[in-house]
Design a protein around this ligand. Structure first.
Ligand code: SAM
Length: 229
């Protein structure tokens, strides 16, 4: 089915609100319903891409809880937490671990308006010592009940929506595409609008064609490929 202008405008409006500087790193979170719920919250808040450190031989899987959000929030898989966290730090991210220890601070006292990564731990064990040792700050969400921790997807949603709330209040939540670099915006918009053509371009090692204001591809493509657009 051809891409209708209305659909294209919707894709662009959503991308215009995406934030490349807000993310989660999920260390060994592996239950499909948790991963799915977290990606769905990422999509709702406007996270451009998320990170997972998956256990060897157990790639992330999703279920219907995701409602397709895995299509709209790219999940980068890392073999271990160290390199992923160092890379985020080099990009200027403040790394927040979610740890219920004594040195952790109440998340409501933190400023999430700058580049922010929340590191969330496994359902059963929480964060590894290695990962906990690499963060800038540990934070916690205060609880008043009998149970000692929240479900990991609930913790992720609470933190992400607090970050969005702070950014909206500070007037720094993007609305016109300023949350990601212009070239990245162009690429992601193309991938969202034409995933099959984007995959073909990558296979061919060529850049994505330009799009018109209404989302039409401004280049002649092989007939077979055009028929699938
Ligand atoms: N026994 C584990 C522990 O001690 O960390 C519990 C893990 S908890 C079910 C899974 C993850 O959810 C945690 O690693 C953390 O990322 C997040 N989480 C749960 N409750 C939290 C809270 N109150 N504050 C911050 N993060 C929380």
């Amino acid at each position: 089915m051809p891409l209708l202008p209305r659909r294209f405008h919707r894709l662009r409006a959503v991308l215009d609100r995406r934030m490349a500087d807000l993310t989660v790193v999920l260390e060994h979170v592996e239950k499909p319903h948790n991963l799915s719920a977290i990606l769905r919250s990422c999509d709702a808040v406007g996270v451009l891409e998320a990170h997972v450190v998956s256990l060897k031989g157990r790639p992330p899987t999703f279920n219907s809880t995701a409602q397709g959000s895995q299509k709209w929030v790219r999940l980068r898989d890392h073999p271990e937490p160290g390199a992923a966290l160092r890379n985020l730090r080099e990009q200027g991210f403040q790394l927040y671990g979610t740890h219920l220890g004594r040195d952790a601070v109440d998340y409501r006292q933190c400023d999430f308006t700058g580049p922010t990564a929340f590191l969330l731990g496994a359902e059963k064990w929480g964060l590894s010592e290695e990962a906990a040792g690499l963060v800038d700050r540990q934070l916690f969400i205060p609880m008043r009940g009998m149970v000692q921790s929240l479900n990991v997807s609930v913790a992720a949603a609470t933190l992400l929506f607090e970050a969005l709330r702070q950014r909206e209040l500070a007037g720094v939540a993007p609305s016109r595409g300023e949350g990601l670099a212009a070239e990245r915006h162009r690429q992601v918009l193309f991938e969202w609008a034409y995933p099959e053509v984007a995959a073909w371009c990558r296979e061919q090692g060529r850049g994505y064609p330009d799009l018109s204001a209404e989302g039409e591809i401004l280049e002649d493509l092989p007939r077979q490929l055009r028929l699938r657009c």
